[in-house]
Design a protein around this ligand. Structure first.
Ligand code: HEM
Length: 503
């Protein structure tokens, strides 16, 4: 009897404690999700603990955003568990934030998962670095070093032209058989960034290169996946023993690979002779304590070079693949480019950047491929650097801000046929090239793409050289490629095969 009484009193205490804990947790969650500000942007109803995460398709965030854009207008709010997120849509809104209020939106959110690839004090890389003096120093150094190595100059253009030649030979070797252009284009584009950063290129099909790309792709898909997003909003889970090692296996392997490349540089480094970006960074590091404080330390070297490689390879390669996919689907457009190339360049000499001004149609097609391909549909996340206002809404400091670049590149108030491939978007009535201001694939403002100049050069030289040499056709036995693409940090075309017939 005593035992029964004890048990029942114990159960009731457990029940009371259970009710108390549940109420406490719900109130705590409610307080964390509560918006204390009037004029905060509207958004879908936030659910306990998960916020609005269940409403977002993390494999196609831009499509989810477009639905909310229609419902709530140009500025709406979301909530990733307890993290406040504001999404900006349409040309006017994104420009106002990034250009007119550049400082207010220049910060990047901190994600706890970064620490597992070495992100730390004075070593935040460049792409996800917080807005502050270390980022400024590193960005200034990176831009000037890329220029020293020829970005925007003839010397780099010559390298791109040489690489385009290698690419043409590799394509010729396919002898008109159906093949997937992806690996070769990827190799060519990676070679450009590799030679700038690490001072060397890889032969097509090289084993080390294949390994590097595989490691890089694993690390990208790890980063884009739902689990990583979830761990970022529930970082406490990162304390589960063994979990980070398991979840970030790919990113760790990729960083280990970069360590080997840098190690090789350090062994052969000669401060008198700067071979590449890594050497220039090592030289900066050797300047001592102040340089270290400004971000020039070993850990940051590996993060900055990894960032440049990540930001500069798949982006350009995916854009080129979109451009060739549109050529398969629009043979009439391809013939017009062939005509323009024959008229302006001919078949003998290689295209140069000087030709661009005389080739409005080709230029328009490349821009339209960038607009329609829309490879960075949601850009990179920004963060409000201080309390700010936008179109009458209040956005508090620390809010994650997503710039829906897709909604700019497909803004119905700017583009005549936003969802179609229509090169005339970039041509005036006289057939001359024009660039509407809403063409923002590289974003805008303080964090605007740092490699835009290199990317534009690569896009023009690679695309024009390949079209000078080949006619691209859809193989008879292949299905018509899809134009929707798939998203893993950037939006790539689904794999497709083509035939390249020498002209
Ligand atoms: C077609 C090719 C490319 C596209 C569409 C593209 C697009 C972008 C976009 C949308 C951003 C985010 C800007 C923002 O946060 O608002 C970005 C950032 C960046 N891009 Fe690119 N990019 C391309 C090629 C390159 C290349 C070739 C490089 C390398 C040299 C590069 C280096 C970077 C870096 C370092 C950042 C981060 C800048 C910062 O946070 O300060 N990108 N890019």
């Amino acid at each position: 009897m005593t035992l029964l009484l004890w048990l029942s009193s114990d159960w009731s205490s457990i029940a009371v404690l259970g009710v108390f804990l549940t109420v406490f947790t719900l109130v705590f969650d409610f307080m964390k999700r509560r918006k204390k500000w009037s004029r905060y942007p509207p958004g879908p109803m936030s659910l306990p603990f998960v916020g609005t995460m269940p409403y977002i398709d993390f494999n196609n965030p831009h499509l989810s955003f477009n639905k909310f854009h229609k419902k709530f207008g140009n500025i709406f709010s979301l909530q990733n568990c307890w993290t406040n997120v504001v999404v900006l849509n349409g040309y006017k809104t994104v420009k106002e934030a990034l250009v007119h209020k550049a400082d207010d939106f220049a910060d990047r959110p901190y994600f706890p998962t970064y620490e597992h690839v070495g992100y730390g004090d004075k070593s935040e890389g460049i792409v996800v670095a917080r807005y502050g003096h270390v980022w400024k120093e590193i960005r200034k150094f990176t831009l000037s070093t890329l220029r020293d190595f020829g970005m925007g100059k003839k010397s780099l253009e010559e390298q791109v032209t040489e690489e385009a030649g290698f690419l043409c030979s590799a394509i010729k070797a396919e002898e008109g058989r159906p093949f997937d252009l992806r690996f070769l284009v990827n190799n060519a584009v990676c070679n450009m960034i590799c030679s700038i950063i690490y001072g060397g290129r890889f032969d097509y099909g090289d084993e080390v290169f294949r390994k590097m790309v595989a490691l890089f792709e694993n690390s990208l898909s790890e980063e884009a996946g739902f689990l990583t997003q979830f761990l970022n909003v529930m970082p406490i889970l990162l304390r589960i023993p063994g979990l980070p090692q398991k979840v970030f296996r790919g990113q760790k392997a990729y960083m280990d690979f970069i360590d080997v490349l840098i190690q090789k540089h350090m062994e052969t480094w000669n401060p008198e002779h700067t071979r590449d970006f890594t050497d220039a960074f090592l030289k900066e590091m050797s300047k001592g304590k102040e340089a270290e404080e400004n971000g020039f330390n070993y850990n940051n070297l590996r993060l900055v070079t990894a960032d440049l490689f990540a930001a500069g390879s798949d982006t350009t390669s995916a854009t080129l693949r979109w451009a060739f996919l549109y050529m398969l689907l629009h043979p009439g457009t391809q013939s017009k480019i062939h005509k323009e190339i024959d008229m302006v360049i001919g078949r003998e000499r290689s295209p140069t950047m000087m030709d661009q001004v005389n080739m409005p149609y080709t230029n328009a097609v490349i821009h339209e491929a960038q607009r329609c391909g829309d490879i960075a549909p949601v850009g990179l996340p920004h963060m409000a650097y201080r309390d700010t206002e936008l179109q009458g809404y209040f956005i508090p400091k620390g809010t994650t801000v997503i710039t829906n670049l897709s909604s700019v590149l497909k803004d119905e108030s700017v583009w005549k046929k936003p969802n179609e491939f229509y090169p005339e978007h970039f041509l005036d009535v006289n057939g001359q090239f024009v660039k509407p201001e809403a063409f923002m694939p590289f974003s805008a403002g303080r964090r605007v793409c740092l490699g835009a100049q290199l990317a534009r050069m690569e896009l023009f030289i690679f695309f024009t050289t390949l079209l000078q040499q080949f006619t691209f056709m859809l193989p008879e036995d292949q299905p018509r490629p899809w134009t929707d693409g798939y998203f893993a940090l950037i939006k790539c075309p689904h794999p497709f095969k083509l035939r390249a017939i020498p002209r």
